[in-house]
Design a protein around this ligand. Sequence first.
Ligand SMILES: [Zn+2]
Ligand SMILES: [Zn+2]
Length: 271
Amino acid sequence: MRIKFWGVRGSVPAPQPENVRYGGNTSCVEVRVGDRIYIFDCGTGLRLAGENLIREYAQRPIFAHVFVSHFHWDHIQGFPFCAPLYNPQNSFIFHCSSRMRSLRQVMEEQMSSPYFPVRLSEVKGQLRYHDIEEGKLPLDDMQVQTMWLNHPQGCMGFRLETKEGIFVYATDNEPGDPVFDKNVRRLAAGADVLIYDAQYLPDEYAAGRRGWGHSHWREAVNIVMESGAKELVLFHHDPSHDDAVLDRVVKEASNYYPKVRAAAEGSVIEI
Ligand SMILES: [Zn+2]
Ligand SMILES: [Zn+2]
C-alpha cells in the first residue's frame, strides 16, 4: 500500500513561503493498493493528484474510487480543477453520504453561475455516485468501514482493510463527545497508518476553538495510543501554522508517541 499526500491543509489553502515544506493545498490523500487507486477528499490537492495521474497514465484510461468525507470547501474545491474528470475515457466512482445532499447536487451547485464558468454537465468523464452510510462495504478485495465523526454538518471517517495493511482517514473531528470519541477509536483500532485531524494546538483549542469541529495533536496522540494504531499522521493543518509551528508540534507529540509525523504535501508512506 502506498499513501501519497496531495493536500494536507485545513479550512483554506495557505500557499506562502513559510508553509512550503508542509504545503498549502487542502485535503487530498491518494492510496494505491496494487494498481488500484483510492482518493480521499477533493480539496485543492486533487488538482495535483489529477496532473500526476495524467502524466502516469498518458493515453491509458484512468479508473479511481474517490471517497468524500463531507462538503466543506476544503474537501470539494479541487473537483472542478481535476483534469482527468473531463476526459470521457476515464471513470470515477464517488463514495459519499447523501444525508445532507447528494454529491452530484453539491458539485452542480459549486460549478454554477456566478461561482464557476464550467458546468458539471461539461465534465465528460464517466462519473458514478455511490451513496454510503455508516457501516461496512466490501470493495475489490478489501473492506471499507465508515463512521460518522463529530463535525458541524457531519463528516465521515474511513478505514480500509487490505491484505497489505490497514489505513484510516479520520479528519475533521472534534473530541469531547463520548459516542464520537469511542467511534474514532474503534475506527482507528490496530491501523498501520492513522491520519487524524490535528488542526489546532491544545492551547488554541482550549482558548476559543471549542465547537469548531476540529482536534489537536494531544488528542491525536491519545487516540493512537488508546486504539493501538501504529503510525500517527497529523493532518488538516491550520492555515496559520507555518512549517516552524508544525516542526514544534511533531517534536512535542513525539515525546508522547514516537511514531508520529505531520502530513506533508508530496510525501509518501509505504506499508
Ligand atoms: Zn476540513
Ligand atoms: Zn469540515
